[in-house]
Write a protein that binds this ligand. Structure first.
Ligand SMILES: NC(=O)c1ccc[n+]([C@@H]2O[C@H](COP(=O)([O-])OP(=O)(O)OC[C@H]3O[C@@H](n4cnc5c(N)ncnc54)[C@H](OP(=O)(O)O)[C@@H]3O)[C@@H](O)[C@H]2O)c1
Length: 259
């Protein structure tokens, strides 16, 4: 069995790679950091690597081109990151790059591999969204919106596959805080206790192999995901603003957020 994992150089993607490797899977790993990819290849064996910047559409197509004749059984769309700040303050180019990685690359790979998987009526797609995918996220607005896209796109595909009684399955991982490099890149600290990347990866694979759609790891986040359905969306956005504001790294300017 063979899997393509995006964002495999760190955090949840790296743990998914290690866990599939322990289960005897062959891997194709991608990320921008070629040094880490080479190191992982050395450690894991039976692993191919392809360094790529998924914010560039041509690079996404190059990854697909590299993989298309390799009989991939599982696609793990994990690469992603967040940008913290008021919507009007975040640099437009930075934001569009993030949307390219979180949304466009995932969209392209999901569509192209789904077509291949449907031809042979087998294959697993594991898309990494977030608990953020269930709501609006002031101060991380585009990140939350990108994860809403991932969640809703995946759910729609799930229903199409279910109607077809397809052998192809799709699972969406929706974690709350996970202890990875995510916060460093977003420039925030957690306001709630994170789970480990190991826990998130293990749960994601368990749900994907069971062909379940939702993978929401941890009781607290499951309760929050269910609870938010009963809160009016504007009130939820106000609560989320305060949660996000509390994540701001110590030392940064509070007035820059509230004005
Ligand atoms: N940590 C959390 O609290 C949390 C919660 C919910 C959902 N998630 C989601 O989980 C996924 C994995 O994040 P993580 O928490 O494991 O964070 P992480 O440790 O920062 O890992 C992010 C991965 O994405 C890759 N990546 C980032 N920009 C890329 C680009 N332009 N091109 C190609 N690859 C790129 C990185 O690889 P390179 O740096 O080598 O390019 C890295 O392997 C993301 O989709 C994130 O939104 C995280």
């Amino acid at each position: 069995m063979k899997a393509l994992i995006t964002g495999a150089t760190s955090g949840i993607g790296k743990k998914i790679a290690e866990k599939l490797n322990e289960r005897g899977w062959e891997l194709i790993l991608t990320g921008r950091n070629e040094e880490v990819l080479k190191q992982m290849q050395k450690e894991l064996g039976k692993t191919e690597i392809i360094a790529a910047d998924l914010s560039q559409r041509s690079e996404v197509m190059r990854v697909y081109g590299y993989c298309r004749e390799k009989n991939i059984d599982m696609l793990v769309n994990n690469a992603g990151y967040g940008l913290f700040g008021r919507f009007e303050d975040i640099d437009l180019e930075d934001e569009l790059n993030m949307i390219n990685v979180n949304v466009v690359a995932l969209h392209i790979l999901t569509k192209l591999f789904l077509r291949d998987f449907k031809k042979r009526d087998s294959g697993i797609i594991l898309n990494v969204a977030s608990a953020a995918g269930f709501m609006a996220g002031p101060l991380l607005s585009s990140y939350y919106a990108s994860k809403n896209y991932v969640l809703k796109l995946s759910l729609a595909i799930y229903e199409e596959l279910r109607r077809d009684r397809s052998g192809v399955s799709i699972t969406v991982l929706c974690p709350g805080p996970v202890d990875t490099n995510f916060n460093n890149r977003a420039g925030v600290t957690f306001s709630a206790k994170p789970i480990t990347a190991d826990e998130a990866a293990e749960y994601a694979l368990k749900r994907a192999f069971a062909r379940k759609f939702f993978a929401v790891p941890g009781l607290a986040i499951k309760a929050a995901v269910i609870g938010q359905r009963f809160v009016p969306s504007k009130l939820l956005a106000a609560i989320t603003y305060n949660v996000q504001k509390a994540k701001k790294k110590a030392g940064s300017d509070e007035r820059a957020l509230d004005r």
